[in-house]
Every structure is written in C-alpha cells, then in structure tokens.
Design a protein around this ligand. Structure first.
Ligand SMILES: *Cc1c(COP(=O)(O)O)cnc(C)c1O
Length: 352
C-alpha cells in the first residue's frame, strides 16, 4: 500500500496525526503507536513483546536513574516508491549498540533478538512510515533497571531493551540552510573513553556549553576541538570537503563512529575523492574553509553544510557561505541509495 494511511492514531496521545499535515511536526516529537520491549533478568533475555507505545514502570531506585547506565541507537527505515519498506545499515547499528552496552557494562542485546524487535516494530507501524523524503526513525534503547541506590560501583544485573519508532520528515523542509557553528577549542564533549559510546550522559555533558554558545553567538551547534584538535559536534560527525579531497578525524575512542560518516567516506572514495582520515587542528580547518566546504554528518540530516565558523568571537565564512556542491553531491548519492532510487551495491539496505 503506497503512502500508508494518511491519518494515524498516535501513541499515548489522544489525537489523530494527519501524515500530510503542514507544517510537519519537529523531529522526534511524534511516536509511532507500537513499541517492542524485552527484559534482562536472572542472567538472560526474556521474550520480547510488542505493546502500545506509552509510559513504562520503573523503580525510582533503578540503576539508570542514578548512574546513567543507558545507551541508544538511531537509524531510519524508508518507504520506497514501490511501496516496500527498507532499513539502512541495520547490522552496523545493532553492532554499535552492542559495543555501547559492553562499554557501559550493561547486558548485551542478542543481535538476532534485537533485529527481530526492530523488524517487528517497523512491521507493526507500517502505516506510520512517511513517504520520501520522510522516514521512520528507529530508536532502540537499553538501560539498567536494578533497584539499588548503592550500586555506583556495580553493574546493573537487570535491564530493559525497548525499540521505539518515530515518523520523521525532511530535515531540510525549510531548504538547506547553511549552519553556523561555534568552535570550542578547550573543553571536550565527553570523557575520552566514552566518546564513541552513544550514551545519555554525553549529551547531558554537551548541553550546557551548547546552549551557552547558542545564546552568546547565535550558533546552531558547537564543534568540539579539545586542545585545538577537531573532533565532532554534540550529535554529528564533522567532515571537510573540496575538489577531489575529503578530510575527517581518524577513528579513536574520543568521538562517535557514525554510520553516515562511514557511508559518505565509502561513496566519496568511489566518486574519486582522496579521503584522508587523520588528526587536524583548528588552524588547518580555518585554512581549508577559505575556499573549501565543511559539513556535519549523521542519520537525521545526512550531510548538513556549514556556512560560518565562529572562533574566538570572530566569524569565519566557509567558502561562499552557502551549502557547497560537494556536500550536495555526496548527500544526493547517499540519499538516492537510502530511498531505493539508485542501486545499492554495498548491501546497505534491507527489506522489512
Ligand atoms: C549518533 C551520532 C552521530 C552520527 O552517527 P550516525 O550513525 O551517522 O547517525 C555522530 N556523533 C554523535 C555524538 C552521535 O550521537
């Protein structure tokens, strides 16, 4: 069925969402009606079940509420023109969730069970998958539930795994507006050892500095460059582009290893760009952007071009100040695979 239903009863809310309504709801504010849930107890994962998306019971002594034992994932399922629904690089996201769980000493989700939960969640919410350029954003989450407020130094032995889904619309509905980015060259986004873990505490840590920079410099995001070494923003990786070249930080434990980053680098190599993955500093970046491009990468926006970098209170225009041709071209290449408009030679998409 193409386009699904145009009207949909929303999870836990007493209103009907019109999938065609304008303006579109903001990213993440609308949840699909069904979630899937599994619990870890007595050393093993129990059966997962689908249920209406809504409040859950949690003991106030739950490990996660005190010691932030939680991680999550984010990726998208797309409705293709033939009506089929296809999810992008699900295996990578499942693997990253397991890595996050290990880093936080949380029970590791079983990859087959998690894939099954993701498939069930998409299947039960088929009508809530918007047409392109919208998508169903998938949000698996894992958190420690052991009721023990004396467990700061002990791993959670009980946990919950929940897969939420949220219909999302084009990130660039208002046009591809170039971003304004503040360069933080002293403080880090997170502790070095948890930089590559998709865990709640990292976002809590970046929030204060980000809101302060927004207020002071009217920026959209903060690019963290601790000690002057360029890293990433609060929720996206960072790439520099120009004719025939791409430059981005090499993988290490200090930042999130984005699936979008990996996909874009793969496509860039195929398009003949020389891809450099290495450390670089703010000075080299400012030199690059005099006539090059800078872009953020992540599931939500794919690639979002930067128009201005604010450094030590001074604006530095990036190239022409508009979203550049390399950002547009690589974005288009990736999006056309995600939407089934060009052939997927890497086996990145899976039909659900
Ligand atoms: C999720 C995330 C990204 C982007 O990862 P993708 O897999 O490309 O969506 C980048 N940085 C941070 C801090 C993130 O949380």
């Amino acid at each position: 069925m193409r386009g699904g239903l145009s009207r949909l009863k929303l999870a836990g809310m007493n209103r009907i969402l019109d999938l065609k309504q304008e303006p579109r709801p903001a990213f993440g504010t609308v949840l699909a009606p069904t979630m899937t849930v599994a619990r870890f107890q007595n050393g093993e994962w129990g059966r997962s079940e689908a249920r209406p998306c809504g409040p859950i019971e949690l003991h106030p002594a739950a490990h996660v509420l005190h010691y932030a034992s939680t991680c999550f994932e984010g990726f998208k399922a797309y409705r293709w023109a033939d009506g089929s629904i296809n999810v992008f690089r699900m295996d990578r996201h499942i693997e990253r969730m397991r890595q996050s769980a290990r880093a936080l000493v949380l029970p590791e989700p079983d990859p087959r069970q998690l894939e099954e939960m993701i498939r069930t969640t998409i299947d039960r919410n088929r009508d809530a998958v918007p047409e392109a350029p919208g998508a169903l954003y998938m949000r698996p989450m894992l958190f420690g539930t052991t009721p023990n407020i004396g467990a700061a130094g002990a791993a959670a032995t009980e946990a919950s795994l929940i897969v939420l889904a949220s219909p999302v619309w084009d990130y660039f509905a208002g046009g591809m507006k170039p971003l304004r980015i503040y360069i933080e060259d002293v403080n880090a986004r997170t502790a070095t050892q948890t930089g590559k873990v998709k865990t709640g505490g990292n976002y809590a840590a970046a929030l204060g500095p980000t809101l302060e920079a927004r207020r002071k410099y009217k920026v959209d995001q903060v690019l963290f460059c601790p000690g002057g070494s360029v890293q990433e923003t609060g929720a996206s990786n960072f790439l520099l582009l120009r004719d025939g070249r791409v430059l981005t930080r090499s993988l290490d434990s200090t930042f999130l290893h984005g699936v979008t980053r990996d996909s874009v680098l793969t496509l860039a190599r195929e398009e003949g760009y020389r891809v450099e993955e290495r450390l670089f500093d703010v000075a080299e970046m400012l030199e690059w952007v005099r006539d090059g491009e800078a872009t953020l990468s992540g599931t939500a926006a794919v690639l979002a071009g930067v128009g201005t970098l604010v450094f030590h209170g001074q604006d530095h225009r990036v190239g022409s100040g508009e979203v550049g041709p390399h950002t547009r071209k690589l974005r288009e290449r990736l999006v056309s695979i995600q939407r089934g408009e060009s052939s997927d030679t890497h086996g990145w998409t899976k039909r659900v």
